[in-house]
Design a binder for this molecule. Structure first.
Ligand SMILES: Nc1ncnc2c1ncn2[C@@H]1O[C@H](COP(=O)(O)OP(=O)(O)OP(=O)(O)O)[C@@H](O)[C@H]1O
Length: 237
């Protein structure tokens, strides 16, 4: 679990401001959904939270300190297009435990348990570069949660995958959340998914967090007209 505080954060690309957030706090053990139209700045925000993009100004504090290398020991991000290693599915999932020097027996047990839980036994020995998109998404998620990070960032982890696989992934994410109480941030275009998974939702538009609240309030009683239109499926510009 991790507490994050954003202060006067901006991001500019080619002198164009794509993100501007004055103040925002993500409490420990939050399960935050970030929704909003294309280009709203969702990925830019989570990349900065993951330390993959540098802010143009402002700061992000993790547990009240500025981002620093130790944070990476306990944080991971899953992308829409997963980056997997060119080795077996088992080795991909085991990798975070190997680099943390867990003993091989414990690694075997943990990885096999998760593989069964996620229903991916049939691809356990398959080279990860030969997987279908949905299979690769599942492996990327398994690899992310296997070391029980304090902060898990998911950027559209279930985009373009079938409903059964979405449910498997949501079950896995939820179980991890219930068991380990991490902080989870998920960017999703699927409002129903945000409703199913998240405790809080932030709606972003044109680089700003327009509205933030408990997920049931945000979905059923949004107070901002932009949020309301977006949730009701209207096109917003
Ligand atoms: N590396 C970059 N160089 C220039 N512009 C960028 C770069 N990355 C993002 N942008 C711009 O920043 C804006 C916000 O992009 P971002 O990817 O954060 O939006 P998003 O809300 O995640 O959108 P989507 O829902 O389409 O994934 C967009 O206008 C995008 O074109």
């Amino acid at each position: 679990m991790m507490n994050l505080t954003i202060k006067n954060l901006t991001k500019y690309y080619n002198k164009q401001c794509v993100l501007s957030i004055d103040a925002f706090t993500i409490e420990r053990s939050s399960f935050l959904g970030i929704i909003g139209p294309n280009g709203a700045g969702k990925s830019t925000l989570v990349k900065m939270l993951a330390g993959l993009e540098t802010p143009s100004s402002g700061e992000i504090l993790y547990e009240k300190s500025l981002i620093s290398p130790p944070i990476y020991k306990s944080m991971t991000m899953v992308f829409q297009k997963p980056y997997l290693l060119r080795t077996s599915v088992f080795n991909n999932i085991a990798y975070p435990l190997k680099i943390r020097k867990l003993n091989p027996k414990a690694i075997d047990k943990k990885v096999n348990h998760l593989i069964v839980e996620m229903g991916i036994e049939s691809i356990k020995n398959q080279n990860a570069w030969t997987l279908s998109g949905g299979e690769a998404q599942k492996v990327a998620l398994a690899r992310a949660i296997i070391f029980e990070p304090a902060l898990l960032i998911l950027d559209e982890p279930t985009a373009n995958i079938d409903p059964a696989s979405i449910l498997t992934m949501e079950k896995t994410i939820n179980k991890f959340y219930q068991q380990s109480a991490p902080s989870i941030i998920i960017v999703t275009h699927n409002i129903q998914q945000a409703k199913r998974l998240c405790k809080e939702i932030a709606f972003m538009h044109q680089g700003k967090i327009v509205e933030f609240g408990k997920s049931s309030d945000m979905i059923h009683h949004p107070s901002n007209p932009l949020t309301k239109n977006f949730i009701e499926g209207e096109i917003i510009l």
